[in-house]
Design a protein around this ligand. Structure first.
Ligand SMILES: [Zn+2]
Length: 267
């Protein structure tokens, strides 16, 4: 039975006194294993908040290196980390923040060949990938292997988040069906994004992950939360599970397929 020592009691004291979390919730966090796909604008705040919250084990997948153009919003990386693998740069910051959290790094581009092997070690997935193909692949894998999933996407001044409880709530394919044709939608690289918008959406995703692990509150199942930071309007769109969804429906997928090279897009 897991017991917290004095320094842990102090570190997590604001959780321990919080109704809805408490010692029971904190123990669930300590035992949780979360996979974060993408160590960019969304992955940065997600990883920092999950490590700070005492999530026991965090996996980070990203095949990129830190570039100067990342630092406007990817707050886990610093000027000193330029040119380093993003997963190594992220691990360094997370270890500094909370040395008790176990950090596993995967310096690979997630694909149909490697996702099964990586996913199997984790209870829950949080994704902040930068293209449609990857989002659909992650959705398929989480439905196939029954892992709860928190989606996030940002563009310009706006952000969207939805959570998925496989086979119980609507999946990504219930809503969007298929990836759009390549170059048919704008990306952060060509249309831009306000840096702090990544922080807002990433914090919302981290909150969803914590709620799902602890089992408190109502996650964004069957809902898309969408906000426009220029007006600060937040709204929730209700969605429903499609019984004939090609991924999670009655005749849903039995194996993974690769959607890569479909497009480069941020939700
Ligand atoms: Zn579905």
């Amino acid at each position: 039975m897991l017991e917290f020592n004095d320094s842990q009691m102090k570190r997590y004291s604001r959780h321990l006194v919080l109704q809805g979390v408490g010692v029971t919730g904190q123990k669930k966090l300590a035992e949780a294993k979360v996979l974060i796909i993408g160590a960019g604008g969304l992955g940065s705040p997600v990883a920092l908040y999950l490590a700070a919250a005492g999530v026991g084990e965090i996996g980070i997948v990203d095949d990129d290196v830190v570039d100067l153009s990342n630092l406007q919003r990817q707050i886990i990386h610093t000027t000193q980390s330029l040119g380093k693998q993003k997963v190594i740069s992220a691990k360094m910051q997370l270890n500094a923040l909370n040395p008790e959290v176990r950090i596993n790094t995967y310096n690979v581009r997630i694909c149909a060949e490697n996702i099964t092997e990586i996913l199997k070690n984790y209870d829950l997935v949080c994704e902040g990938s930068d293209n449609f193909g990857t989002k659909f692949l992650i959705n398929d894998a989480c439905v196939l292997f029954n892992k709860p999933l928190v989606f996030g996407g940002i563009l310009r001044f706006s952000g969207q988040c939805m959570s998925i409880n496989p086979h119980m709530s609507a999946c990504y394919a219930c809503v969007f069906d298929e990836p759009p044709p390549p170059d048919s939608v704008p990306s952060c690289a060509n249309a831009g994004v306000l840096g702090s918008v990544a922080g807002i959406l990433g914090s919302i995703q981290a909150t969803e992950v914590l709620k799902i692990i602890i089992g408190t509150g109502a996650p964004l199942y069957d809902q898309i939360l969408s906000f426009d930071a220029s007006s600060m309007n937040f709204r929730k769109i209700t969605i429903s599970k499609n019984p004939s969804c090609r991924v999670c429906g009655d005749n849903g997928i039995k194996e993974l397929k690769d959607y890569s090279q479909k497009s480069c897009w941020e939700l």
